[in-house]
Design a protein around this ligand. Structure first.
Ligand code: OAD
Length: 256
């Protein structure tokens, strides 16, 4: 279905849902200017090797390379703004009877658009912690100066134990934060509508959430300009970008 048609059934699902889960991925922030991971030309993983940057072993092998790359990404994100997609999701929470927002994004843009209690499955670029004692570490809120452009940068030392401070994101081979995952699974289990927006649905276990919702009878709706592996399971596939479709969806469901 193209973004010119918004079916009445979808509007009824939105208005009637007792509990909506919104699951987002990198596509939601793409129009803010933040690259996705797997888009063929512009995605991070088409330009950088995740095995050198996004595993605990990579950090142990070359802490400065990894820290510099994540500081570059943090400075990029701090220079970007939330867009209509983030704002529409924040607004949806004010219309829905109950809404749980689960994101795979580490950029903090949902929070900056006004969403509260966001379940950040893959951590945050803004919440680094110590590799050794796991104490949290307060970063300056402003972008690193000068912007490091992905150059290696020595990570700060932990004030408590002296070990390296590491990026606060979940890497390949690591467990998701247990409480965040439990809350996400519980919400998927209990919801009657799940919106999967801007994710390739390739990374487990996030990709299990629509399956859990579907198994329990919830409607699953996907918003993505491209087909994904979720297409066959979804009750509805809306082809279009998040910033274009979400505000239209809100205006159609709750005309002011
Ligand atoms: P991907 O890069 O795998 O997928 C992004 C999806 O967004 C694709 O399906 C695109 O078609 C879609 N997309 C692109 N532009 C869009 C737009 N304007 N509106 C809506 N959709 C759009 O990103 P994720 O699915 O988020 O993990 O990737 C999941 C995880 O893999 C990430 O959290 C990251 C990565 O490795 C960690 O960093 C731990």
């Amino acid at each position: 279905m193209t973004d010119h048609q918004l079916p009445g059934a979808l509007l009824a699902w939105l208005r009637g849902a007792a509990h909506i889960v919104v699951l987002t991925g990198a596509g939601v922030s793409q129009e803010s200017g933040i690259p996705t991971f797997r888009d063929t030309l512009s995605g991070f993983w088409s330009r950088f090797d995740p095995m050198q940057l996004a595993t605990p072993e990579a950090f142990d092998a070359d802490p400065s390379l990894v820290w510099g790359w994540y500081e570059w990404r943090r400075s990029q994100v701090l220079g970007c703004q939330p867009i209509a997609a983030h704002r529409a999701i924040a607004e949806l929470a004010s219309h829905a009877r109950k809404l749980t927002l689960v994101t795979q994004n580490v950029d903090g843009l949902h929070e900056r658009a006004g969403s509260r209690d966001v379940l950040c499955l893959h951590g945050s670029l803004h919440r680094p912690y110590c590799r050794g004692c796991r104490s949290t570490y307060a970063l300056p809120q402003e972008a690193p100066d000068p912007a490091p452009s992905g150059q290696p940068m020595r990570p700060p030392a932990c004030p408590s134990c002296g070990d390296h401070i590491r990026p606060g994101v979940v890497w390949f081979g690591e467990m998701l934060p247990a409480e965040t995952w439990a809350a996400s699974e519980e919400a998927a289990d209990a919801c009657d509508l799940l919106l999967s927006i801007g994710t390739s649905s390739l990374v487990y276990p996030a990709t299990a959430l629509p399956e859990i919702a579907h198994r329990n009878g919830a409607k699953v709706v996907q918003i993505n300009p491209e087909p994904t592996s979720l297409d066959p399971l979804a009750d509805l596939n809306l082809r279009g970008t998040a910033a274009r479709l979400l505000p239209r969806l809100l205006r159609a469901a709750w005309p002011s």
